[in-house]
Design a protein around this ligand. Structure first.
Ligand SMILES: NC(=O)c1ccc[n+]([C@@H]2O[C@H](COP(=O)([O-])OP(=O)(O)OC[C@H]3O[C@@H](n4cnc5c(N)ncnc54)[C@H](O)[C@@H]3O)[C@@H](O)[C@H]2O)c1
Length: 345
């Protein structure tokens, strides 16, 4: 499909959604409500999930995932378990279909590079699900850095902490905490600062249920990263943040410190007398915290599918974030500082 062909898809679109789990069922609901989308066709490796979602949304579902690609869809949204992403993106672009896929592109760099080659050969746009790029706070911080309000950037602090862990079956197919969860931090760090990560020193700990250790994964993380201009970055993460869902980024410069994710619902309790902020109900999970960003990302994808705009989160950018995640994972496992160039060679 050429860009010119896609420009004809201005209304009445038919979208396939693959994977109807935690995030896929939310994406399907958002896509269903888009004014330019006329019909949806859903599929899941567990067909009952697709049928149930189809009933709820008043749309079609099919038993076999491959059927979606030949069911007359204009574009596909992939929200399956991560280990299925590479093959499904490949199937999507080979069928000439603009493709949205949740992060990460694949579980390793070799597979991601293979996907990138397929995408480039097909000439079909692919958007990867880094919704933080559509969040108001991150956009404001990026602008404040770009226009000099923050001054020279000296330090960055990143936090990604879930209140509740994912279900045990999720872990073996997720790639581990750095690839699955902190890949969001690595992508947004590159996007907001416009800089590359040079090296990572990462740690991990098992403080929660045994299924993390049994899946060769960790449930708490901390890391130190260096950017290519010498800026120091600290990172923390947890699958068991009792206070709530906590996603933040602090950018400290010579003129100001900007905090993304510091609002009434930040799950922090001030230990200071008289301090009332944050005063609201803590964010409970990723979907509630980022609903406007998820909506904006789907709206952006519909425009990508129509051919009116290029992909705002490309496969090569997702690959760059995965390289940092690989370096972090290796650093944690080998107990040493790892240069990103070592894994991305
Ligand atoms: N962007 C975000 O904030 C965010 C948040 C959560 C999850 N995710 C990503 O979304 C993806 C799904 O995560 P989830 O939490 O919804 O997981 P989940 O386990 O709740 O759902 C995954 C679904 O995919 C289905 N599936 C697995 N393999 C399949 C295949 N080959 N074909 C069709 N369906 C298949 C499963 O049956 C299941 O219904 C993961 O890649 C994850 O990294 C992104």
């Amino acid at each position: 499909m050429t860009t010119d062909d896609r420009e004809d898809n201005t209304a009445g679109m038919r979208i396939g959604v693959l994977g109807l789990g935690r995030i896929g069922s939310n994406h399907a609901t958002v896509v269903r409500q888009h004014p330019d989308v006329e019909s949806l066709v859903l599929a899941d490796a567990i067909p009952a999930r697709a049928h149930e979602a189809a009933q709820r949304l008043g749309c079609e579902s099919v038993d076999a995932v491959e059927e979606v690609f030949t069911s007359g869809v204009d574009a596909v949204v992939i929200a399956t378990a991560t280990d299925a992403h590479a093959d499904l993106i490949t199937a999507g672009v080979r069928a000439g279909l603009p493709t949205f896929c949740e992060k990460p592109v694949a579980l390793d760099i070799t597979q991601s590079r293979r996907v990138l080659t397929e995408v480039e050969a097909a000439g079909v746009p692919v958007q990867i699900g880094f919704q933080r790029r559509f969040d108001h706070g991150y956009r404001t911080a990026k602008q404040a850095l770009a226009d000099g309000t923050i001054g020279d950037l000296h330090r960055v602090h990143l936090v990604t902490a879930d209140q509740e862990p994912p279900h045990p079956d999720y872990l073996p197919r997720s790639g581990g905490m750095y690839r699955d969860c902190h890949i969001h931090d690595f992508d947004i760090l590159r996007w907001v600062t416009g800089r590359e990560v040079v090296d990572v020193t990462a740690r991990g700990a098992n403080r929660g249920a045994a299924f993390f250790r049994e899946s060769d994964d960790v449930d708490n993380t901390a890391a130190l990263l260096t950017l290519d201009d010498g800026t120091l970055v600290t990172l923390q993460g947890s699958r068991y943040n009792g206070g709530g869902h906590d996603v933040r980024m602090e950018l400290a410069g010579t003129k100001a410190t900007y905090a993304v994710g510091l609002d009434e619902r930040t799950p922090l309790v001030s230990a200071e007398d008289g301090a009332t902020l944050p005063a609201g109900d803590p964010w409970p999970n990723f979907w509630v915290r980022f609903t406007p960003a998820y909506l904006a990302e789907v709206n952006a994808f519909i425009e990508v599918a129509k051919g009116t705009t290029p992909s705002p989160c490309t496969v090569d950018e997702a690959l760059a974030a995965l390289c940092i995640a690989e370096a972090a994972d290796l650093s944690m496992r080998e107990g040493r500082r790892v240069e990103v160039a070592e894994v991305s060679k």
